[in-house]
Design a protein around this ligand. Sequence first.
Ligand code: CXF
Ligand code: ZN
Length: 353
Amino acid sequence: MSNTTVQVIKCRAAVAWEAGKPLVMEEVEVAPPQAGEVRLKILFTSLCHTDVYFWEAKGQTPLFPRIFGHEAGGIVESVGEGVTHLKPGDHALPVFTGECGDCPHCKSEESNMCDLLRINTDRGVMINDNQSRFSIKGQPIHHFVGTSTFSEYTVVHAGCVAKINPDAPLDKVCILSCGICTGLGATINVAKPKPGSSVAIFGLGAVGLAAAEGARISGASRIIGVDLVSSRFELAKKFGVNEFVNPKDHDKPVQQVIAEMTNGGVDRAVECTGSIQAMISAFECVHDGWGVAVLVGVPNKDDAFKTHPMNLLNERTLKGTFYGNYKPRTDLPNVVEKYMKGVSLFILNCASF
Ligand code: CXF
Ligand code: ZN
């Protein structure tokens, strides 16, 4: 059923017409939200490497023209039929993976892989009717991961929208929509280091720094940053990294270097690079008997993870996570509250680094 009380909005959006070609600012028409959807006014949006990866479209099915963007903060402008947890004026963060609330994943405490709304990078339309809500002179423009935040207004499934404290600064908390929760949750929710333990963080970009902050919040005492760029260490110290290893400085595998530094291996490792070699090293550098490695980075299409099965038999655990296992609607408001109370998330104050 169409939403008859709300009008089409004309606004500006950065449109990707072709893979790898500069985005073009265009006037787009944004249709009203349909049943179960909301239309958001986007006030802040940031760039994640995933946007770049799918804009380059190397190795994936290209879906153009398309409006990218999935890390953002905004205000609900209108809601479609049946939406009860959001109303116009609410402050909200859209998230690329959603929470229907009813499926086995949403009902499980262990999963955020919602059957209905889990991330789908190959879909360029809304699930409601397989249509786009964006058009330019009648030509449909594809959505991206259900968020398309490089537009002044966007339509998102309500299950992918977290309502947050209206006092939270949207210019800061917008990065919780992807990278920061991804790193923070990988450590806090999945690796779960114990107080006093050791954690290796592979990759000291924004996701890795958030993972390091997660280790500090968890009370880890040795937080070992691993990166090919030594100049990243200085900034990483602010987020809890207190030792640094550049694999280029050693003539043996980095997992061996870390095992020697830590009397057999770290208690936890979190891999935030997407490099398959880093993933293997992250797994092989955890201590036998109890070590847990968590994969966060997105590998290349044809990569394969190779390790000797004995590394697993020796009681190491390998895990992976999307969005740090956070359930967007349930958990994000609490993450925002922690930031507001100053308990954690110093990283949000450093978004201009
Ligand atoms: C990614 C994770 C891999 C699939 C695309 C989205 N997360 C955020 O950028
Ligand atoms: Zn992202």
